[in-house]
Design a protein around this ligand. Structure first.
Ligand code: BTN
Length: 331
């Protein structure tokens, strides 16, 4: 489909989603700056995709039912008028990699994919990204801070993702330090933030915040080796997730984060300390090939994990991996 027709279709869907009653075809053509027949063609294309759209003379169009698929219109319908900057891809290797290959997109551009063929996790791991059940999301931001100051932003993104999940799914995940979201002792979301630094000046070029959420998988969909450590929002709550709405909530919440950064640190720290499920637990620290036991005592003023070893020594972890005992073993 030609990009202009596709864009019209996405915006028509977004307008219909935002309107509880009828939206007149004439007003729609004015709002979009396209002809009435282009609006009509977009409505027909949406009907072909499985949308139930009622049309009534002198009243216009009304959305009566959706097929439950994810597309750009489903996301734009939850964003403020004119927000835009959403790229929806049917298949991509990795939404983070897509943005790294297209670093000149406008600040705040969000990329969502129906599936990833090479979803990436921290420390070179893969992130399973099956078609149509999870949410694979990345946003490019250009924070005006030196790279060293951006170490904390990873914890801020975890707080923002918790807020978005809570707003849409009605349940607040916990945060496993430093930025995995968990429900019922199992991981539902992983976050991979990647920073690009200008080699000559050492300045920040951009940050890609990558968020993968297990949304609608059934527990049996996870491979055996992840059965004890991973779950989805659906498997944990019994409620299906509207992924378009969740993507919209992530964009709105990350837009807020971008305007909060860096002044609102105290509020993010307070939320992080409240949500962090690692504190108060026996943990295992995996660093430089060593696996050490410790007790997690708290979160310091820079989102570091304060730990106490069995010999009484204390330390603050700034990065790295920790495991804690979940419902069915270490996660
Ligand atoms: C982790 O758990 O180690 C982090 C996983 C991050 C996965 C997300 S999915 C969207 C974005 N694209 C990627 O390739 N990775 C992130």
């Amino acid at each position: 489909m030609a990009p202009v027709i596709k864009m019209t279709k996405d915006i028509v869907l977004a307008l219909l989603k935002k309107t509880p009653g009828y939206f007149s075809g004439e007003e729609m053509s004015r709002a979009l700056g396209v002809s009435r027949s282009a609006v009509h063609a977009a409505v027909e294309a949406l009907r072909k995709d499985g949308y139930q759209i009622d049309s009534a003379t002198n009243r216009g169009y009304r959305l009566n039912g959706s097929p439950g698929t994810l597309n750009a219109g489903e996301i734009l319908g939850w964003l403020p008028e004119g927000r835009g900057r959403v790229v929806f891809l049917d298949t991509v290797d990795s939404t983070n990699s897509y943005l790294s290959r297209n670093p000149d997109v406008p600040d705040g551009t969000a990329v969502v994919a129906a599936q990833q063929t090479g979803g990436r996790g921290r420390l070179g791991r893969t992130f399973l990204s099956p078609r149509d059940s999870g949410l694979y999301f990345s946003m490019l931001m250009r924070p005006d801070s030196p790279p060293a100051d951006l170490v904390n932003i990873t914890a801020w993104v975890a707080v923002a993702a918790c807020d978005a999940v809570e707003a849409v799914c009605g349940v607040r995940p916990g945060i496993k330090w430093i930025n995995d979201l968990v429900l019922k002792g199992r991981k539902i979301c992983g976050i991979l933030n990647e920073l690009s630094i200008e080699a000559e000046s050492g300045r920040t070029r951009y940050l890609v915040a990558g968020i993968g959420i297990n949304a609608n998988q059934r527990q049996a969909d996870f491979p055996n080796e992840l059965q004890n450590t991973a779950t989805s929002v659906f498997a944990a709550t019994g409620k299906a997730v509207d992924r378009g709405r969740l993507a919209g909530a992530l964009i709105n919440r990350l837009d807020l984060l971008a305007s909060d950064w860096p002044h609102e640190k105290a509020a993010y720290l307070k939320a992080y300390r409240r949500d962090c499920v690692t504190v108060g637990k026996e943990i295992r620290i995996l660093q430089n090939g060593c696996d050490t036991s410790a007790f997690a005592e708290g979160i310091d003023g820079d989102f570091g994990l304060i730990v106490r070893y069995s010999d009484g020594r204390r330390d603050v972890l700034r990065s790295g991996e920790v495991s804690l005992r979940g419902m069915d073993g270490y996660i």
